[in-house]
Ligand binder design. Sequence first.
Ligand code: IPD
Ligand code: CA
Ligand code: CA
Length: 276
Amino acid sequence: MAAEEGAAPAADPHALAELAERTAAEAGRAAAEGQEGIGVLDTKSTPTDVVTEMDRRVEELIRKRLLQARPGDAVLGEEGGEEAGADGGVRWIVDPIDGTVNYLYGREEWAVSIAAESGGRIVAGAVVAPRLGDTYTAVLGAGAFCNGAPLRAGPAPEPAFALVATGFGYDPQRRAHQAEVLRSVLPRVRDIRRGGSAAIDICSLARGRADAYYERGLNPWDWAAACLVAREAGLRVEGLHGAPPSGELTIAAGPGLFESLHAMLEPLGADTDGPA
Ligand code: IPD
Ligand code: CA
Ligand code: CA
């Protein structure tokens, strides 16, 4: 039967994942080529929340490629905001460079993150870290992969032996409270890592490069694709009390450790900016 005129093209999650991966790979190459000598173009929420020319150029490239392939789709991007779609099919959630501060300092830990949301769920995603040589992909219900190899998280350790990744917001008041939370967490775990890219931090759990992750203040573009990668590898990625991951708090870990970390963070007010 012929498709109805004006209807959204069928959203096969595997095809969406391929488009996400192909687009993130091209964007990653462009960003890597533009990294040397890059400077600050503008600031956003605070003077240390920077944007480079490449953040904007790379997002423009991603939007162009996604909409060339699927003209009716919506796009939410960190730099360009929300662009409505024509047919309500798929919404792409894009972070052109996750880890901009690392990017600015010539470091390698940054990634392009592209997720496809359909029917209110993330159904496909890709996180490409070109200078690390890592490409993470996932399709809802069909697994997660790193550089083509299937990802399956191993058993989670006790909190005392857990390597815990985290991140900090750009707002000084939020950071002051995040430091307080960290002060309580640090003596109770193996150690802490602050990689500088939430997307890479979360994907890294799926291959055992850390055991857990938490952060307050994330935006959907930071976690959308990585969350699917981690979940498809068998990890839990949630907020407090079963809420979806959000700016309030995002916790990621394997079963068992997730609950322990949740129990540690909740009484510390990790989902707040501290006493009012
Ligand atoms: C940031 C990174 C960082 C996290 C911040 C994010 P950006 O994203 O993911 O690791 O701690 O909360 O805002 O600004 O580099 O795209
Ligand atoms: Ca980000
Ligand atoms: Ca970014």
